[in-house]
Design a protein around this ligand. Structure first.
Ligand SMILES: Cc1cc2nc3c(=O)[nH]c(=O)nc-3n(C[C@H](O)[C@H](O)[C@H](O)COP(=O)(O)O)c2cc1C
Length: 378
C-alpha cells in the first residue's frame, strides 16, 4: 500500500545543512551516548516510479547518510531494478523513528518488514563502518533474484538476496583490502599467486539454503584476507571468482604457506557448512615468479597468462596447488619445504615440468567423484 508522506512528527529530523556535506562519509560512528537496546530491521520495498535511477539513490543517500551518522544508525541499501532491500541497525528508539519515517516516504511502496532483531552490544552491528552503504544488485549476477523478484515474492527474493549479500560483502572486503598500497616504484621480482574458486556460482546458489551459510562465507573471506596480510601478501585484484596476490619477499615460502593455509581454511569452511556436495567447491592455485613493474601493465598481463597456465595444470591433475621451476628453484635448500621433501615434481598435460606441495588438503577428489558431486549441486 502506498503511504502518504505528511509532515514528520516522529522526532527524527534531518540534521542541519552543514552535516549534509558529509554525505559520502563512511567512517565508523564516533560520538555515542550508548543506549542499551539496539535493533536491526530488514525490509524490502518497491520504488514507486519503476526502475530505481541514480538520481533517486542519490537523493535518498544525501539525506540518509548524515541523518544516520547523527543518530548512530548504520546499514546497507541494496537496489535491484525497482526493488529496495535495506538493513538498518542502531539504538532501538532512533531506529523505530527512522523506520516510521521511511514507511511514510512516498518514493516507495509495498514496504515489507522481513526481520527485526534486538541486540545489546555495539559489537554485534553487521555494518559498523557504514552509515548507509548503497550497493547495486545489478552489478552482481542477480538474474535469479530479479526473475523471482519479478513476481515480487519478497521472501523468495530475499532468500536469493541473502546469498548475494555474501558475495557483495566478500567483494567489499576485498576492495577494502586492495587499498593496501603496493609501492612498485621499480621493476622487481614478485611471487604471484592466483587463486580461482571453482564452481563458485553454483556453490553460492546453494549457500542461501543453508542456515548461517553466508555469515560463514564472509568469515572465511575475512580470515583469508587476514592471513594474506599476515604473510605480507598484497591482494591486488578480484576477478569474478579469482584473486591475485603478490608477495614482495625475496623467498617464495610466504606464497607456499598461504596456499596451504588457504586450503586448510577452505577445508574447515566446508566442514562447517556441513554438506557433502560442498567438496565440489575448491580452489586452483597457480604460483610463479615474475619481474613486475606497476607502471608496465604488460608485465602483469604476461604474468597472469603464465599463472593461469599453472592453474590449468592444477585443473587437470590431482592437486590444487601448482607452481613452476622458478618458484621451486628459489626455495632455499634448508627451508622446511625442501628439507622435509614437501615439494613434489609433477608433469602437466602439456608435458611441462611443474611442482606441487605434499599436503593432504592439496588433493582433490577424483574426476568421477567430482562429476557426482556436481550432479548433486544441480
Ligand atoms: C528506500 C529508502 C531508504 C531510506 N533510508 C534512509 C536511511 O537509512 N536514513 C534516513 O535518515 N532516511 C532514509 N530514507 C529517507 C527517509 O524516508 C526520510 O526522507 C528521511 O529520514 C528524512 O526525514 P524527514 O524529511 O522527515 O526529516 C530512505 C528513504 C527510502 C525511500
Amino acid at each position: 500500500m502506498k503511504k502518504s508522506r505528511g509532515s514528520s512528527n516522529s522526532g527524527l529530523r534531518s540534521p542541519e545543512p552543514g552535516l549534509e556535506q558529509k554525505a559520502s562519509s563512511s567512517k565508523a560512528p564516533t560520538q555515542k551516548p550508548q543506549p542499551n537496546v539496539m535493533m536491526r530491521i530488514h525490509y524490502a520495498s518497491r520504488n514507486t516510479s519503476g526502475y530505481i535511477t541514480e538520481q533517486t539513490k542519490e537523493s535518498i543517500l544525501r539525506v540518509a547518510v548524515p541523518m544516520n551518522e547523527k543518530f548512530n544508525i548504520t546499514g546497507v541499501l541494496i537496489c535491484v531494478k525497482d526493488m529496495f532491500f535495506q538493513i538498518i541497525e542502531g539504538p532501538k528508539q532512533h531506529l523505530e523513528m527512522l523506520f516510521e519515517n521511511i514507511m511514510r516516504d512516498p518514493r516507495h511502496c509495498n514496504i515489507t518488514k522481513l526481520d527485526s532483531t534486538l541486540f545489546q552490544d555495539e559489537a554485534e552491528r553487521m555494518f559498523p563502518a557504514w552509515y548507509m552503504k548503497q550497493l547495486d544488485g545489478m552489478s552482481w549476477s542477480s538474474d535469479d533474484l530479479t526473475s523471482r523478484a519479478g513476481k515480487f515474492k519478497v521472501q523468495d527474493a530475499y532468500c536469493a538476496l541473502k546469498n548475494m549479500i555474501a558475495t557483495v560483502l566478500a567483494s567489499e572486503y576485498l576492495k577494502q583490502a586492495s587499498s593496501y598500497n603496493i609501492s612498485m616504484s621499480k621493476e622487481d621480482a614478485y611471487y604471484v599467486m592466483m587463486v580461482d574458486f571453482m564452481h563458485y556460482k553454483k556453490f553460492l546458489y546453494h549457500l542461501h539454503q543453508i542456515e548461517g551459510g553466508y555469515q560463514l562465507l564472509v568469515k572465511f573471506v575475512g580470515n583469508m584476507l587476514e592471513m594474506i596480510k599476515r604473510h605480507d601478501g598484497k591482494h591486488i585484484m578480484l576477478m569474478e571468482s579469482s584473486i591475485l596476490i603478490l608477495f614482495e619477499k625475496d623467498i617464495p615460502d610466504h606464497a607456499l604457506s598461504v596456499a596451504v593455509k588457504l586450503l586448510e581454511n577452505l577445508d574447515s569452511f566446508r566442514k562447517n557448512v556441513n554438506r557433502e556436495e560442498m567438496e565440489a567447491f575448491y580452489c586452483n592455485i597457480g604460483i610463479t615468479k615474475a619481474l613486475l613493474n606497476y607502471k608496465k601493465l604488460t608485465s602483469l598481463n604476461n604474468c597472469i597468462s603464465k599463472v593461469s597456465r599453472l592453474q590449468n595444470a592444477a585443473d587437470s591433475c590431482a592437486y590444487c596447488v601448482v607452481f613452476d621451476e622458478c618458484v621451486f628453484d628459489s626455495v632455499g635448500l634448508n627451508s622446511a619445504w625442501k628439507s622435509q621433501n614437501l615439494l613434489k615434481k609433477i608433469v602437466t598435460e602439456e608435458e611441462e615440468v611443474a611442482f606441487t606441495i605434499v599436503n593432504d588438503k592439496n588433493i582433490k577428489v577424483s574426476k568421477e567423484e567430482m562429476m557426482e558431486l556436481l550432479n548433486r549441486l544441480h
